[in-house]
Design a protein around this ligand. Structure first.
Ligand SMILES: [Zn+2]
Length: 471
């Protein structure tokens, strides 16, 4: 998308005019517009087209001026993009609202536009004849170019990168992720373990989950060292279940429909490292991705059987659909032992229980460290990617008692998101660790504000804010 800055309107398909909620004067309008001021309230996200003197205008409501914030602007300008593309408009010019906080406003408006201007489709006629209409040119009028626009563009491109990986066909996912990981950025070093190497390392839980799949597993590490003088390193572990049938504990059809998204954690951590490198952040960060399908086959891993983890602990399988924690356990234990992290954060579409608790908008945050949890809450405030801290209540660990192994892999349903976090906690030792259960916001059934339906890329902007604060 082309972006420009100018003093006055030039030529475009539509001129976008901002309005605060509340009484408006005719003097607020650049040209007389009959009836507009009677109907248009200026509520956040309200839009209306108006045609006069051969020019098309789009009015956008920003909501109440005393409630102005970055997120309100994102939402308002998401509505602008949806209105414009519904009329197949490709070039828009935006009159910048009068304000003192130019950086904040430009960030909100630009993020709202760029995040919304996204499409993913496999429809055959979109390939040549009728490609999805997206904005191609956005002009900002009445504001000078600010440096942050480049950062906003880089970050949102990273979000689109994650969405593309999540929305792609499951059958293609391993290949696309590996291809992307290998050429992520010149400053990123990527290592891929194949099945043989995974066997040699002893990642018995990742191998157990993989047994029912025709596709061999992979274990990927992508490292960016932006601060070579520092020994500190943030390790981001992403759940990479390329498709989740539930295994022998087979999911019903309705629950399986969305399961191509079960690698959203992996896609997001990879996207974070890509963006961190592109922004040249002064941090060291590694994405770790255990990748496998959880499929069903004569060789599938079995309920009641016991498998040995990378950390040597043995796990009795009581539910093959609780596979995410298994692959994460091996990845976390490997990271702790080999990557010397000072902080470890995992991202996973882990439990339906978390969606029941917090819905589609909010991810669950679990941590063994208050300072780290606080840092993530601050990053959430900066990015408006919502997270809510949940307890890691150790009494519930009782649920994981096994008669024949060190633990079982699945407890009872009550507090399921907390119990899943407790399972992971067993594999991180004393290192400051946080777990983000992104099962709700990572993949949504219909568009909402600046998020498209399906893959949203949730978590990337949050983690970039977190890394920026660390840098
Ligand atoms: Zn599962």
């Amino acid at each position: 998308m082309k972006i420009s800055f100018s003093k006055n309107f030039e030529s475009s398909d539509v001129w976008v005019l901002p309005f605060w909620e509340g009484p408006k004067e005719a003097a607020d309008l650049p040209v007389p517009m009959t009836g507009v001021l009677d109907d248009f309230k200026g509520k956040n996200g309200e839009t209306a087209f108006y045609y006069t003197a051969g020019q098309r205008f789009l009015l956008v409501g920003l909501g109440r001026q005393d409630k102005a914030c970055v997120e309100a602007l994102r939402k308002a300008y998401a509505a602008v993009v949806r209105a414009a593309v519904s009329k197949k408009l490709k070039k828009i010019e935006i009159l910048f609202p009068k304000c003192k906080q130019k950086e904040e406003f430009l960030r909100g408006i630009a993020e709202g536009i760029f995040l919304t201007n996204y499409s993913f489709t496999y429809k055959h006629d979109t390939i040549k004849e009728d490609p999805p209409v997206l904005l191609e040119k956005v002009g900002f009028v009445g504001v000078e170019k600010l440096k942050l626009i480049d950062e906003v563009e880089t970050v949102v491109n990273g979000v689109h990168f994650v969405r593309d990986l999540v929305n792609g066909n499951s059958d293609d996912k391993l290949e696309t992720i590996l291809k992307a990981a290998k050429k992520l950025h010149p400053k990123v070093k990527t290592t891929v373990f194949d099945k043989k190497r995974i066997e040699k390392e002893g990642m018995g839980l990742l191998l157990a989950v993989n047994r029912g799949s025709e596709v061999e597993p992979a274990f990927v590490q992508a490292s960016y060292t932006g601060n070579p003088k520092s020994k500190g390193r943030v390790v981001l572990v992403g759940k990479g279940i390329l498709y989740d049938t539930g295994g022998l504990s087979l999911k019903p059809t309705d629950n399986m429909l969305t399961m191509k998204c079960d690698m959203a954690g992996a896609a997001t951590v990879l996207g974070v490292v890509k963006v961190a490198a592109e922004l040249g952040l002064n941090v060291n960060v590694t994405a770790v991705m255990p990748l496998t399908e959880n499929c069903i086959d004569g060789k599938s891993y079995k309920l009641g059987d016991v498998y040995r983890s990378y950390a040597k602990k043995t796990v009795e399988i009581t539910n093959t659909d609780a596979e995410g924690r298994l692959v994460l356990a091996d990845a976390l234990a490997y990271s702790v032992k080999n990557l010397k992290p000072d902080t470890i954060i995992d991202l996973a579409t882990l439990t339906g229980a978390c969606v029941v608790a917090l819905g589609d908008d909010i991810s669950g945050l679990f941590s063994n460290n208050d300072d780290l949890a606080e840092e993530l809450m601050q990053a959430s405030e900066m990015s408006d990617e919502l997270i809510w801290r949940m307890p890691v209540h150790s009494d519930y660990f009782e649920n994981y008692k096994s008669e024949i192994a060190d633990m079982v892999n699945s407890g009872s349903r009550e507090g399921g998101a907390i119990k899943a976090a407790l399972f992971l906690k067993e594999y991180v030792g004393e290192i400051p660790w946080a777990h983000l259960d992104i099962a709700g916001p990572a993949y949504i059934p219909k568009p909402k504000h600046y998020n498209p339906m399906k893959g949203t890329g949730h978590g990337l902007r949050l983690l970039i804010e977190f890394l920026k604060n660390r840098a």
